[in-house]
Design a protein around this ligand. Structure first.
Ligand SMILES: Cc1cc2nc3c(=O)[nH]c(=O)nc-3n(C[C@H](O)[C@H](O)[C@H](O)COP(=O)(O)OP(=O)(O)OC[C@H]3O[C@@H](n4cnc5c(N)ncnc54)[C@H](O)[C@@H]3O)c2cc1C
Length: 443
């Protein structure tokens, strides 16, 4: 049996704490493996950060609008019942996004391979920068392959991991240092650091290997669901119903129940629940029994989010436009709107000193006077609504990696979701669910 796998050779009662994408993905997999699964979710709906915000005929994705690595979703749906195609239509996003730099340069970065990105970067930034960029991205091919096999897709075991994967994870190299070393152009460095910055990370303390996101996006593209990726929340709910997972909505887990160093269930605000296996798919720092183990972790804050319902003459933009600078703004244009209107979401990272619509106008996207409906969601309001950050923890160098690799502190406990995963976002969170299912194994 591969190292790190706890074979549970009988049907177990499993309680999954948290009904976000991490919790629901783990629950669906475990139910298909024959376990009796209960998901406990404190809010009135499943999905966590995934879902919709609706107002006055406008509808915006509350959280994710696109996902890299569609294989993670496909594998989840195939391994928990019917294939994804029977539930959701997944379509490619191309270009991945348009980058607008403070010097006025614009770069629409295409999906689907090196050649397209080489040409686009060459045309937009000039010189030999296209070659420099694709070489930088391709430098992560081996990292991706190593970490995928040793860490992302399998329960971690230092003894059995490829020593090169161990060395990669133990490296002190930061993403910022690596980008500065390899990329001679400020705009390319902005491009390289963008995914970490969007996730609320400080690139100086983010491990260099996290740069492999650029490789994953280039190789496998970004994918979305027409009408909004928020539809994934309802699809997960249907999958749990099909697999006869018990879902307790509006019920918060207060703490783990422990006996002799082993988890034997959870205490909820509706009473105790017994379980042989418990999956924590929330911020562990919020559960008293885990608070000590998570005390050196700091949540990565969500961005400021403004959902805009726009009417009248609105500029046509790519699905995602990144306005580099401070604050960095990310405009996502794919919301659903009444005829003749548009639904945009603006994410802001950094020093937000004025209204985001005014900043947009200063940066060349002027929708002042066009905003008919607006919903603002401050970072604190988001973490309060979800009782934790959907972006997981802040990278603080090598210590953060060590803590993530250390695994759960009690027998019978498993960790999934953004706080346990190698990073935030649906691909990493979905992979963390697959790893927990592999650890517990079939009934
Ligand atoms: C604005 C925004 C945009 C994003 N854009 C993208 C994107 O484009 N692509 C992408 O891949 N990712 C994106 N992400 C990140 C992605 O959404 C998250 O990383 C992922 O959904 C996290 O899933 P999770 O299950 O770990 O956590 P969550 O979604 O936070 O779910 C945790 C759940 O647990 C519940 N809970 C918490 N405590 C308890 C308790 N004690 N008892 C019971 N229930 C509890 C919460 O109510 C919540 O439902 C975005 C996130 C945000 C906020």
């Amino acid at each position: 049996m591969p190292a790190g796998i706890v074979r549970v050779r009988r049907m177990s009662r499993v309680v999954v704490v948290g009904g976000g994408f991490g919790g629901t993905a783990t629950a669906a997999r475990l139910a298909k493996l024959g376990h009796r699964v209960t998901v406990v979710e404190r809010r009135g709906r499943l999905g966590g950060a995934v879902g919709f915000v609706e107002r006055d005929g406008f509808r915006w994705d509350a959280g994710p609008t696109a996902t890299a690595l569609p294989a993670v979703l496909r594998d989840l749906f195939r391994k928990s019942g019917r294939p994804l195609e029977r539930e959701l239509e997944l379509v490619p996003v191309d270009p991945l996004r348009e980058h607008r730099f403070p010097d006025g340069t614009r770069l629409a970065l295409p999906s689907g391979g090196r050649a397209g990105q080489l040409d686009a970067v060459e045309a937009a930034l000039g010189g030999r920068l296209g070659r420099v960029w694709v070489d930088y991205v391709h430098g992560f091919a081996e990292t991706w392959d190593l970490l995928r096999r040793s860490y992302l897709e399998h329960p971690w075991s230092r003894e059995h991991a490829d020593p090169r994967a161990v060395a990669t994870l133990r490296s002190r190299a930061s993403l910022q240092r690596e980008a500065a070393r390899v990329l001679p152009d400020e705009r390319l460095r902005e491009l390289a650091l963008f995914p970490a910055r969007l996730d609320g990370q400080d690139p100086r303390r983010t491990p260099a290997w996290a740069g492999m996101v650029a490789y994953v996006e280039q190789s496998f593209g970004l994918w979305t669901v027409p009408g909004g990726l928020g539809a994934l929340a309802a699809a997960m709910g249907r999958r749990l119903a099909e697999r006869r997972v018990d879902v307790l909505l509006g019920t918060a887990v207060r703490d783990l129940r422990l006996r002799a160093g082993r988890v034997v269930g959870v205490d909820t605000d509706a009473g105790p629940l017994d379980a042989e296996e418990v999956v924590c798919a929330v911020d562990p720092a919020t559960l008293p029994a885990l608070a000590r183990h998570a005390r050196r972790s700091t949540p990565a804050p969500p961005p400021s989010v403004s959902h805009l319902g726009l009417v009248g003459d609105v500029p046509g933009l790519a699905a995602e436009v990144v306005l580099h600078g401070d604050p960095m703004l990310v405009v996502r244009t794919g919301g659903r709107a009444p005829e003749g209107a548009a639904a945009w979401t603006v994410l802001a990272r950094g020093a937000v000193a004025e209204d985001v619509v005014a900043t947009l106008a200063r940066r060349g996207i002027d929708v002042r006077g066009r905003v008919e409906v607006r919903v603002d969601r401050a970072p604190l309001a988001q973490t309060q609504a979800l009782a934790g950050s959907p972006y997981g923890v802040l990278w603080r160098g090598r210590g953060t990696v060590d803590r993530k690799l250390a695994g759960p502190p009690y027998d019978g406990l498993h960790l999934a979701g953004a706080h346990a995963a190698a990073g935030a976002g649906l691909p990493f969170v979905g992979l963390s669910a697959a790893v927990v299912a592999a650890r517990i194994g079939p009934a």
